[in-house]
Unconditional design. Structure first.
Length: 221
């Protein structure tokens, strides 16, 4: 499965010349004031995650549970499963060992920023974060071995006041997950729907990191 790679920003220089003289424009520094604070920029990312997560849930044909969601103006705590049907969700939540009926999982625990200095530091952490595809030791036949993760939380007094982004999206291995293989034989369109879900979360992660990079550049951090 091909997952997105974060685009690297290109660097270059420009020169302007006239008949009389020439000069290297890259040596000229122009101070452009950005009136938007680090707190405002960080909280835009916080709001984007909540709104985009809601859009993804509402646009997918997969069924989702809502028992693990607490979203408000100050913090967001989400733990959501995606399954083929409401019955699969109930079976997976029953404690009867049927969690293999879950195809994807999204978790995030984010805090809105309040403190300007700490918010600037969090933006820099987020801009340098990675969201590469990782593998865990879970059985690929029955659970979710592949995941992306962003984690900027630092355990320091008051660090939450700078805002935090902690989120993780986990997905089945479509080649080895036994229940998924059974379901796509019954409903081939499920394969395209899973790809759509993965692409949507890929874009969410990519956009979050790009928003942080843009904020750091705009603030000159």
């Amino acid at each position: 499965m091909n997952w997105w790679d974060i685009l690297k920003s290109a660097k270059g220089s420009s020169k302007v010349s006239s008949k009389r003289s020439s000069f290297d424009a890259s040596k000229i520094k122009i101070n452009v004031k950005d009136d938007e604070s680090c707190v405002e920029k960080f909280n835009k990312i916080y709001d984007y995650i909540n709104s985009e997560f809601k859009r993804i849930k509402e646009s997918t044909s997969f069924k989702t549970d809502k028992t693990g969601e607490t979203i408000d103006e100050q913090s967001s705590n989400v733990w959501t499963w995606f399954a083929f049907s409401d019955k699969d969700l109930r079976d997976a939540s029953s404690g009867a060992g049927e969690t293999y009926k879950i195809f994807a999982e999204m978790e995030y625990d984010n805090f809105r920023a309040k403190n300007e200095e700490l918010a600037c530091e969090q933006l820099k952490l987020l801009a340098n974060a990675q969201a590469n595809l990782n593998q865990n030791s879970q059985d690929a036949r029955t659970w979710l071995p592949s995941y992306r993760r962003i984690y900027t939380y630092q355990y320091n007094p008051g660090s939450v006041d700078g805002g935090t982004i902690q989120m993780r999206f986990s997905i089945v291995d479509p080649k080895n997950h036994e229940y998924y293989r059974k379901k796509i034989q019954m409903k081939p369109s499920l394969k395209a729907e899973l790809k759509k879900l993965v692409d949507s979360f890929d874009n969410l992660f990519k956009t979050v990191l790009q928003m942080a990079k843009d904020a750091v550049r705009e603030k000159g951090l």
